[in-house]
Ligand binder design. Sequence first.
Ligand code: NAD
Length: 358
Amino acid sequence: MEYQIALVPGDGIGPEVVAEAVKVLKRVGEVYGHTFRFETVLAGGAAIDATGECLPTETLAKCKTADAVLLGAVGGPKWDELPGEKRPEKALLGLRKGLGLYANLRPAMIFPELSEASPLKPSVLGGGLDILIVRELTGGIYFGKHETFRNADGQTSARDVEEYSEKEILRIGRTAFSMAEKRDHHVTSVDKANVLDTSRLWRKTMTALAEEYPDVTLDHMYVDNASMQLIRDPKHFDVIVTSNMFGDILSDEASQITGSIGMLPSASLADGNFGMYEPVHGSAPDIAGKNLANPIATILSVAMLLRYTLNLSKEADRVEAAVKEFLHEGYRTADIAGGNTEALGTVETGDKITALIR
Ligand code: NAD
């Protein structure tokens, strides 16, 4: 089969880590008989420098016609003084909205070989961790009406409106339940149903939806409790499904308990199989251009691309197995070396993992 992949390398370490992930995809193509066609497009600071805009129309158009998008990271100190609307990071919101990416999937994984990197005790982690956070990405309070106004007492007030429809909740719920069917068959729906109407609708809708997935267990948790349980008993979780704002906060908390931002991939999915895949980390200007960036988060994003957009689960498993083998053989990049091991550079890491795909 032939697949069209739009590449958005972006800024800082973005182009470095995307180059290694492309190597891996090409290797998957050779081993399994697929052709990947790549088209590189501009976004973020690189696009501002070249065109004056952080998300040129051509970039969005080319992403729309591709089977999937692979993004590095955008932003950096060079563009920090620009006003909010013109900043490189605005390209991410434009891509999410323009491509209809409503489901954000963030696995929080700890490979047993790296469990020392986690701030949690080994007794809490029990040898590893594998949680998938499914966050609603295009609704809720971030997309509701925002206003600052003068109230009846002459005081300045502000409000932000949270709104969810049943349709939006069902859509993200279906994503979470179908992910759980391929994992440990357990969904935890996180809300604040003791206070918020949107959360009560969320809970009622998730409970009704669960009947369509008899092999998946659903439980509900208030967001304040979920934030505690992620640290106290992370093994409780398989798939977490939650709203835009709660997901924003919980996914960052979960990424920190894994201890290594350079290892975490993500996917943002639209209706059908289309998706945009990117590492969780940013453009890391402090290490850009030094061959120091860990490309594994982007390589694992490629595994998600193979699994969720192209339905190539055997190939996805193979990429993940190559990363595990790389770690198991004792190789490390600087961010996960812990001072004990001689670290490999970005390119050498990409080469080793590529060679392990046989
Ligand atoms: P960051 O994730 O870029 O870096 C945080 C720290 O983690 C840095 O010390 C960095 O060196 C390290 N790090 C990050 N990725 C790494 C990797 N692959 N290997 C080794 N070390 C890695 O976050 P930041 O410093 O807050 O932001 C830098 C820029 O990136 C900002 O302009 C920010 O707006 C942007 N950003 C972009 C995205 C995105 O494009 N999705 C996400 C977050 C931040």
